[in-house]
Ligand binder design. Structure first.
Ligand code: FEO
Ligand code: CA
Ligand code: CA
Length: 643
């Protein structure tokens, strides 16, 4: 494959940023989080794959990918193989759900049982664990026969299909183990569990019980049935998993302007609820806002669940605010408050940070389990000079008063978007994953794109941002002792997505500034979405949108420090129509799990006539449809992925 050395030089980077109106070099690409660390990151040595676009997935030489879990695969013994013609809501609720997204690998200690979270985590077992996987949303035109296209399907789904869709959303917990034949699900496991829109959940934290959370079914405002729009998430050191409710507005139907309360009408408009949305409300009245106008207020939260306790009740954490949560990831240092970072995945929305009131105490699980219930949520302000501030979403602070329609802290959390905007937080280009590199202790914000941006600023330097970028947050303090709870921070542009040779500066990418020429013709990407860090501190970026630029979505890996900082190498490519989500390493870095979401999602592609049938690529008469699936990727020689 021809390799082009088209990495921009430093001078060209300055020119690019100047053309984009970036006002300061400190807000540019030349700073590095770990420049004072003295730690070089080990080089990534896999043989890069090319950009491509076909009906297969692609990996570097020497790697294997086991297709571990597919939509419809049984999670319990005796369920039998997937048969789309035999699917019902009851059977779907016992099988792997649709459109897998976030993945958490939670190790299992063979000698420990349910509820012994600390022992399981301490085992660091990288060959056996619980795979905790989100199921973000459903696509009836690809799941069921008889629908002509996506638009008509979403508005005319039958009652039977709506029930299956609701059982295919949510989350799956599956025990998995690595055998001589590769990774496999353990169907007899007592931990295997589906969480769906029928799973009972608690609403906890400062907004629990507020009158805006009460409905006919739940006059207490503290109990809710299920979760939806589960995008990315996070993990806690007390052995629970956080899952995000992102695009929940699409589940609700009705015209907000027909609701008597103007506060709720505005609130529902903010989340895209409209009469033209999918028709769940016709068959299940709680999704009809004109029947149950406050039900949407019970979605848009982070949900905490305990995979090690199959009898546990998940809980929605109102302390982390209500918006289109991409995810929340934690920084937990002994004796210090827990800090959690998250993004609101929408154009011109904000980056958030939560700081707990009390400190994290390793081993004190009962104490730690309350930490995320009590603390302060902040929204990020990214100044043009490379400095930043965290603005507290606290009732009574600044404009967050009754004069602006906030009665109490519950209102501030339920309407977090409105509160953050009033405080002066910086509208960003669709913040997706926000995660801290455990090796250099800096935090990285994936900004996917924002074609609606008309005015650039230093943190969002491209109008009509079609290719996305990554921002690096550097909390104050020396390397290894950074203060993530500080009111201020510094920030840099880590990279700009896009082709570094693009003529149009709004589409031109910028990478690897410390080592010009370090990336190949396949090293560039667009639309960063999810991110993971391997145990050596290398960043692995998952994309959602590269097909707009002629090649598959996939994974790109890069160092965050040293000469090869921000110089990506292409590791994994999706089948056409899919995005890749949820990259997750085992504790030893020897296996990388990835979600391939919405394969064969393309114009005119339906269940009856799909673009392709990945991963089964089945050509029989009663062929299987394309199926969202989780892959387990590892080296044939067992060494860490990427090394
Ligand atoms: Fe569900 Fe933000 O992607
Ligand atoms: Ca995502
Ligand atoms: Ca996405």
């Amino acid at each position: 494959m021809k390799k082009a050395s088209f990495n921009p030089s430093r001078r060209r980077l300055f020119k690019t940023l100047a053309a984009l109106g970036a006002t300061s070099a400190t807000a540019g690409l030349l700073s590095a989080c770990g420049r004072d660390s003295g730690k070089a990151q080990a080089a990534l040595s896999f043989s890069e794959i090319p950009h491509g676009l076909d009906h297969r997935h692609h990996l570097p030489e020497g790697y294997r990918a086991d297709i571990l879990l597919r939509w419809g695969d049984p999670l319990h013994p005796g369920e039998g193989d997937f048969d789309p013609a035999g699917l019902s809501a009851e059977t779907q609720a016992k099988r792997f759900g649709y459109n897998n997204d976030f993945i958490a690998f939670m190790p299992l200690d063979s000698a420990a049982g349910p509820g012994e979270n600390a022992r399981h985590l301490a085992s660091g077992n990288s060959r056996r664990g619980l795979l905790c996987v989100n199921h973000e949303y459903t696509q009836p035109h690809l799941m069921f026969p008889g629908y002509r296209d996506e638009a008509s399907a979403t508005r005319s789904v039958s009652a039977e299909h709506v029930a299956i869709e609701q059982a295919a959303c949510g989350h799956a917990i599956t025990e998995v183990e690595k055998t001589a034949d590769g990774w496999q699900p353990v169907l007899q496991s007592p931990y295997n569990r589906r969480i769906t829109l029928a799973t009972p959940m608690l609403i906890v934290g400062p907004a629990a019980g507020d009158q805006r959370l009460r409905t006919r079914d739940d006059p207490t405002g503290t109990r809710v049935s299920g979760t939806v729009g589960n995008c990315a998430g996070g993990k806690t050191p007390w052995g629970t998993v956080l899952i995000a409710e992102e695009g929940f507005g699409g589940a609700f139907q009705g015209d907000p302007d027909n609701i008597a309360d103007p506060v709720e009408a505005l609130n529902h408009h903010h989340f895209g609820i409209s009469a033209g949305n999918r028709n769940w409300g016709e068959h299940d009245s709680r999704f009809d806002i004109e029947h149950e106008p406050q039900e949407p207020n019970r979605f848009g939260w982070m949900v905490e669940l305990d995979p090690y306790d199959p009898a546990s009740t998940p809980r929605k954490l109102t302390s982390l605010g209500r918006f289109q949560h991409e995810g929340f990831t934690l920084v937990c240092k002994p004796g210090q408050p827990v800090v959690a970072y998250g993004g609101d995945d929408d154009e011109h929305q904000f980056v958030y940070r939560f700081v707990s009131r009390h400190s994290y105490l390793p081993g004190r699980d009962q104490h730690n389990r309350a930490l995320l219930l009590d603390g302060t949520l902040f929204a990020g302000q990214f100044n043009d000079d490379g400095s930043g501030r965290w603005l507290p979403l606290a009732f009574g602070h600044g404009p967050l008063t009754p004069e602006n329609g906030f009665r109490n802290q519950a209102d501030v959390l339920i309407d977090a978007r409105r509160a953050a905007a009033l405080l002066g937080a910086t509208p960003m280009d669709r913040p997706e994953d926000v995660e801290t590199n455990p090796v250099n202790d800096c935090t990285y914000v994936m900004l996917t794109k924002n074609k609606r941006r008309t005015t650039a600023d230093a943190a969002n330097p491209r109008p009509k941002n079609a290719t996305g970028h990554v921002v690096e947050i550097v909390p104050p303090g020396a390397y290894g002792r950074r203060d993530h709870a500080s009111a201020t921070f510094q920030w840099n542009t880590f990279l700009l997505g896009g082709n570094p040779n693009a003529e149009d500066p709004r589409l031109r990418g910028a990478y690897g500034q410390q080592s010009p020429g370090a990336i190949s013709a396949h090293g560039w990407f667009a639309n960063p979405d999810n991110v993971a860090f391997d145990p050596r501190g290398n960043m692995w970026v998952a994309t959602d949108g590269c097909e707009d630029f002629g090649f598959h979505d996939g994974l790109w890996a890069m160092a965050t420090e040293g000469e090869l900082r921000a110089a990506p190498r292409h590791f994994f490519g999706c089948p056409q129509g899919a995005e890749v989500c949820g990259p997750e390493f085992t504790p030893d870095g020897s296996t990388l799990f990835v979600s391939v979401q919405h394969p064969a999602d393309a114009r005119h592609s339906t269940f009856d006539k799909p673009l392709h049938r990945w991963p089964d690529n089945d050509t029989k008469k009663a062929a299987l449809p394309p199926r969202p699936s989780v892959l387990a990727i590892y080296r044939a020689d067992g060494k860490p992925v990427g090394s």
